[in-house]
Design a protein around this ligand. Structure first.
Ligand code: APR
Length: 237
């Protein structure tokens, strides 16, 4: 990272929250080793057994509510507060650790655990409490149409117009803590590259799309990201 960048985009995955004690998805003890994706993260699974899906996210909510940001999240706040140009965060995570750490311009493309949506009227509500399949929508009164505002496999991602603009204008793309196996997020690095951005990946290990990155920083996000932020801010002073 040899120069000053005007539009930095950070893509985060579950790995950025690992040092806050939250499980990732595909590690040996990951979420997808204890639950079938088909049952809790697809539209078909939700239509088949909505109460089972609500219970899965009801159990997840208290842990994510209690979780605290780690140095990786705080490093982004430090960058956003001290870097004179745009720094945006595209996150695959449904936790709110970026916001808890004070990050701005955060786009949750896979949704958020503390939101539910009524798929009868489209209204999105904030909640950290339990939700059940026969709950009534406070907006339209329909019963049985509330769903966690989590993007299931097969559904469209959120904020994609904004994400497309960010990727096409960025000159530095930093991917942190994602295995790079789930598209379209795993393909964001290619859009950034085609737009002329330098690309960097922070992970504990080699990832599926690592050949697409110009630079790799192997290590924990809580250590590597603060170090990278120090280098970026050092260019400014
Ligand atoms: N620091 C940096 N990277 C880490 C750390 C850490 N402390 N701990 C784990 N990692 C890395 C792992 O090496 C792995 O590459 O984080 C990555 C986590 O990968 P996944 O568990 O696949 O999570 P993610 O990439 O966010 O999954 C993407 O898949 O199931 C969907 O919607 C779900 O948003 C999720 C998407």
């Amino acid at each position: 990272m040899t120069r000053i960048y005007k539009n930095i985009v950070i893509l985060s995955g579950a790995g950025i929250s690992a040092e806050s004690g939250l499980a990732t998805f595909r590690s040996e003890n990951g979420l997808w080793n204890h639950h079938r994706v088909e049952d809790v993260a697809t539209v078909e699974g939700f239509m088949r057994n909505p109460e089972y899906v609500h219970e899965f996210y009801n159990e997840m909510r208290p842990e994510l509510f209690e979780a605290q940001p780690n140095p990786a999240h705080f490093a982004i706040t430090e960058l956003q507060q001290n870097y004179p140009y745009e720094v945006s965060v595209i996150t695959q995570n449904v936790d709110t650790l970026h916001e808890k750490a004070g990050n701005k311009n955060v786009y949750h493309i896979h949704g958020q655990i503390n939101q539910i949506v009524c798929f009868h009227c489209g209204k999105v509500f904030e909640t950290w409490g339990d939700v059940h399949s026969d709950d009534k929508c406070e907006n339209c009164g329909a019963r049985g149409f509330l769903k966690p505002n989590i993007v299931f496999f097969g559904e469209n991602l959120l904020y994609m117009d904004k994400v497309d603009r960010l990727l096409k204008n960025c000159d530095l793309f930093i991917s942190v803590g994602t295995s790079g196996v789930v598209y379209p997020a795993a393909g964001f690095v290619q859009i950034a590259k085609f737009s002329g951005a330098e690309t960097c990946e922070i992970n504990m290990e080699k990832t599926s799309n690592n050949s697409l990155f110009d630079r790799h920083i192997y290590g924990k996000a809580g250590t590597a990201l603060p170090e990278l932020v120090k280098q970026l801010l050092g260019k400014i002073s």
